[in-house]
Design a protein around this ligand. Structure first.
Ligand code: GLA
Ligand code: ZN
Length: 673
C-alpha cells in the first residue's frame, strides 16, 4: 500500500487540447503523483442531453492513469447539475432560508429531497458504476462533493414533518419537548411545523436543533441513495464523500453532524485549507488548530483518514490568499500525515483557465512546471511520501481524549443569555488542547461514538447540552478508574435544550462532589483570579459559583462576592477522579494544571526537550509497534529538539542524534525501526 499523492483533476476542461492532458501525465509522473480524482463536476460532459451519455474522455483518463500506474478516485457529478436538467426539472433547485427558490447557478444548489433530482442522480451514477465499477485502477467512489446546505422547499417541509412524526409520535410530545406554550407557539396540526427560516421562526431552540438533525439525516439519506445506485454494479470499492471545515480557522464544519455522517462513509476523507502565514496568528498557533481538527476527524472512525483536498500553495476563497513560503508545503503536508492521514491530495492538479478558480493554487499552474516553485515543492513532497509506504494504516496512540459534540456546538450558538459574545466554545477546545500540544502529548478528539475506556484522561470542555446517556458513559468511565475534567457551562440542558430541573443534569454534581448555585459572567475587561497553590491566575468571561460536598477544593476565587469559595475541585468517584474547573482561565493556569495532571497520570510526550513551543512532535504506530516520529518546526527560525534515542531518519535511513536542529519550517520523519 502506498500513501496517496495527487488529487482533483478536470481533464474535461481541456478536451479541445489533448496535448495538455498528455503533458499533465508526464508532469504527474515526475512529481510522484499516484492518484487522480475525477468526474465531480463533469455532468454536462457526461450527459450533455437527457439520457445521452458520452464516456469517451473518461475512458481515456482511466487508460492514461493505468498506463502510468496511477489510481483513480471516481466522483459522482451531483455537486453541480447541467442547465438542461434544472430547466426541465426546476424543483431540483434549492429554496433558501428566505423561502425564495434559487435560479440555476453555482454548484451545490440542489434539493436533497427532490424526487426528480434523486432520479437523475440514480441514472447517471448507475451508468458510471456499470462502466467503471470493475476497472482495476478504480480506487474508490467519491460521492458528490462537500455535501452541505439545506433546502426549504415544500418537499423538504413534508419530509421534515414526517421526520418529526417518527421522532415524537404526537404533537403533545413535540409541544412538551419544545416548551411551545412560550409565546403561544403550540402546534395543533402537523402542518404548523416549518423549517426555521428568516421570514418566520428562528428562535425556538429545540426546533433549530431538530432542523439541523433533520438536515444531517436528509443529507445522509441522499448519500445512501447515491451509494445504492453505485452498489447496483460496484460493491467491492470503498465509498465516501469529502468532509469540510468551516473557514480558514478550521472550525469543525457546522452544518452537518459529522459524528453521525462519519459512521456511514467507508473512510473519512476531508478538505483541509489552513490560512498559512496570515497576520493574526503565528504558524505554530495555526498548526495547533490543524492538529486539533485532524485529531477530531481521525476519531470519527478511529482509523486513518484521507486528506481529499488541500492546496499546493494558496486558495482563492480566503480574504487574502497568500502562497506558502518555501518549505511550508512539505511541513504542512507532513503534519497531515502526522495526525493520521494516509494521503496528501490536492485541489487541484491543473488550474482552470477561466471562471472563479483560475487563481487557486494547483500542482500545474499557469507558469510552466520547470520554473514553478509550487510544482517543485509538490515534487519534493512526492519524493518524501514515496519513502513512507510503511506508514499506511498506522494509528496514533493517545492517552488523552478531548470531547467534542456537534449538537452541543449548535445549542451553544443559540444560547440567549450569559455572555453571548464570549461563548467561544471552539477557543475553549483549543485552549484545553494547547497544554498537550506544547508537551507533544498525542491527543484524540472524540465524540459520542467513541469508547472512553483506554484513556487515562478525558477532558469535557463546556458540555452545555448534555444527555443522560452521555453522563452514564462518563460515570462508568470514572467509576472504573478514569479521570475526567468538566468545566463551567456544563450539563445545563437536555437534548431539546430544556434546562434540567435544579439547573444541572441529575448525577453530574454528585459525581463532581459539588453543588452549583450560579454562573457569573464578566464584561470583556473585567477579571477575577483563582488562587492555586502559591500563585494567582487570571479569570475572565465565566466563573461558576459552587460549593463542595465531597470534593476537595484545589483553588479558590480571589475576589467578588464568592471570594474564598472553591473555583477548582476534585472528587474521588468510584476508582477514578472527577475534576471541576469552575472558571475560564488563561493559558498559564491551564498549562500548570494539565502539566501536573500529566505527571500524576504518568502520561509522557513524544519529545524530551525543545527550544520552542513552535516545534511539534507527533507519532503514529503500526501494528508491529514501529513508531514514526514527525518532528516539525512551525517557526521560520532554527529550533532544536531532543527526541528519544535510537531513531532513524526515514529519508536517509541513517540513525540521528537525540538532539536535532531543524531549519525554519523544516519537518523530519524518523522511525524507531
Ligand atoms: C472545495 C471544493 C473544491 C474547490 C476547493 C477550493 O474544497 O471541494 O471543488 O472548490 O474548495 O479550495
Ligand atoms: Zn427541497
Amino acid at each position: 500500500m502506498k500513501l496517496l499523492h495527487g488529487g482533483d483533476y478536470f481533464p474535461e476542461q481541456w478536451l479541445t487540447r489533448p496535448e495538455t492532458i498528455e503533458e499533465d501525465f508526464k508532469y504527474f509522473k515526475e512529481a510522484n503523483i499516484n492518484t487522480v480524482t475525477v468526474g465531480m463536476f463533469a455532468w454536462s460532459i457526461l450527459e450533455p442531453e437527457e439520457n445521452h451519455f458520452d464516456f469517451t474522455w473518461l475512458d481515456q483518463v482511466f487508460d492514461k492513469a493505468e498506463e502510468n500506474g496511477m489510481k483513480v478516485i471516481l466522483g459522482t457529478p451531483s455537486g453541480a447539475r447541467p442547465n438542461w436538467l434544472a430547466s426541465k426539472y426546476p424543483d431540483v433547485l434549492r429554496v433558501n432560508e428566505r423561502l425564495e427558490q434559487n435560479r440555476f447557478g453555482g454548484r451545490h444548489n440542489h434539493c436533497f429531497t427532490s424526487v426528480n433530482y434523486r432520479e437523475r442522480v440514480r441514472i447517471v451514477n448507475e451508468k458510471l458504476a456499470e462502466r467503471y465499477g470493475h476497472r482495476e485502477n478504480l480506487l474508490m467512489w467519491h460521492l458528490s462533493n462537500e455535501y452541505s446546505g439545506e433546502c426549504h422547499c415544500d418537499q423538504c417541509q413534508s419530509a421534515f414533518r414526517l421526520w418529526m412524526q417518527n421522532k415524537y409520535g404526537t404533537l403533545e410530545a413535540v409541544n412538551q419537548a419544545y416548551w411551545n406554550t412560550f409565546w403561544s407557539h403550540t402546534y395543533s396540526d402537523w402542518s404548523h411545523i416549518h423549517s426555521p427560516n428568516q421570514l418566520g421562526e428562528m428562535a425556538v431552540h429545540a426546533l433549530n436543533l431538530d432542523w439541523r438533525r433533520f438536515v444531517t439525516d436528509q443529507t445522509i439519506d441522499f448519500y445512501l441513495h447515491e451509494k445504492a445506485a453505485i452498489n447496483k454494479y460496484s460493491t467491492d470499492r470503498p465509498v465516501t464523500t469529502n468532509f469540510m471545515a468551516d473557514t480558514e480557522h478550521l472550525i469543525p464544519f457546522q452544518a452537518l453532524d459529522y459524528s453521525k455522517f462519519g459512521k456511514i462513509v467507508d473512510i473519512i476523507t476531508w478538505d483541509c485549507y489552513p490560512a498559512w502565514h496570515n497576520d493574526w496568528e503565528t504558524e505554530a498557533d495555526l498548526a495547533l488548530k490543524v492538529g486539533f481538527i485532524n485529531d477530531l476527524y481521525r476519531g470519527l472512525k478511529e482509523m486513518p483518514f484521507l486528506i481529499m483536498e488541500s492546496s499546493p500553495s494558496f486558495v482563492n476563497w480566503h480574504d487574502i490568499n497568500r502562497p506558502k513560503r518555501p518549505g511550508m508545503h512539505k511541513l504542512a503536508s507532513t503534519q497531515l500525515l502526522a495526525h493520521g492521514s494516509d494521503s496528501v491530495l490536492y485541489f487541484q492538479m491543473r488550474a482552470s483557465k477561466g471562471s472563479s478558480e483560475k487563481f487557486h493554487g494547483s500542482v500545474i499552474g499557469h507558469v510552466p512546471p520547470e520554473r514553478n516553485r509550487v510544482y517543485q515543492e509538490v515534487a519534493s513532497l512526492g519524493e518524501r511520501m514515496s519513502q513512507l509506504d510503511g506508514l499506511v494504516g498506522s494509528m496514533k496512540q493517545s492517552d488523552v481524549a478531548i470531547y467534542y459534540d456537534w449538537e452541543n456546538d449548535w445549542a451553544i450558538k443559540d444560547i440567549q443569555g450569559f455572555s453571548k459574545t464570549n461563548m467561544n466554545y471552539h477557543h475553549t477546545l483549543h485552549d484545553h488542547y494547547r497544554p498537550f500540544w506544547r508537551q507533544d502529548v498525542n491527543v484524540d478528539v472524540i465524540t459520542k461514538n467513541n469508547d472512553f475506556d483506554g484513556y487515562k484522561l478525558l477532558v469535557m470542555p463546556m458540555m452545555y447540552l448534555h444527555s443522560r446517556d452521555l453522563l452514564a458513559k462518563v460515570q462508568a468511565y470514572v467509576e472504573a478508574g478514569g479521570t475526567v475534567v468538566y468545566t463551567y457551562m456544563s450539563g445545563m440542558a437536555n437534548e431539546t435544550d430544556l434546562v434540567y430541573d435544579g439547573g444541572t443534569i441529575p448525577g453530574l454534581e454528585d459525581m463532581l462532589g459539588i453543588v452549583i448555585s450560579e454562573t457569573d459572567v464578566y464584561y470583556p475587561s473585567q477579571r477575577n483570579q483563582v488562587k492555586f497553590q502559591d500563585a494567582s491566575y487570571e479569570v475572565h468571561d465565566y466563573a461558576t459559583v459552587f460549593e463542595t460536598t465531597s470534593a476537595e477544593t484545589l483553588a479558590i476565587y480571589g475576589s467578588d462576592f464568592y471570594q474564598g469559595q472553591a473555583a477548582i475541585s476534585v472528587n474521588h468517584y468510584g476508582k477514578g477522579q472527577a475534576y471541576f474547573m469552575g472558571a475560564r482561565t488563561s493559558d498559564d493556569f491551564l498549562s500548570k494544571f494539565y502539566g501536573e495532571l500529566l505527571d500524576q497520570l504518568t502520561i509522557v510526550g513524544n519529545s524530551v526537550a525543545k527550544s520552542s513551543d513552535s516545534v511539534s512532535v507527533q507519532t503514529r504506530e503500526d501494528s508491529e509497534g514501529t513508531r514514526y516520529y514527525f518532528v516539525m518546526n512551525f517557526s521560520d527560525q532554527v529550533q532544536t529538539v531532543e527526541v528519544p534515542q535510537g531513531l532513524v531518519d526515514v529519508s536517509t535511513d541513517l540513525p540521528v542524534e537525540a538532539t536535532l536542529a531543524l531549519k525554519g519550517f523544516e519537518a523530519m520523519v524518523l522511525t524507531s525501526k
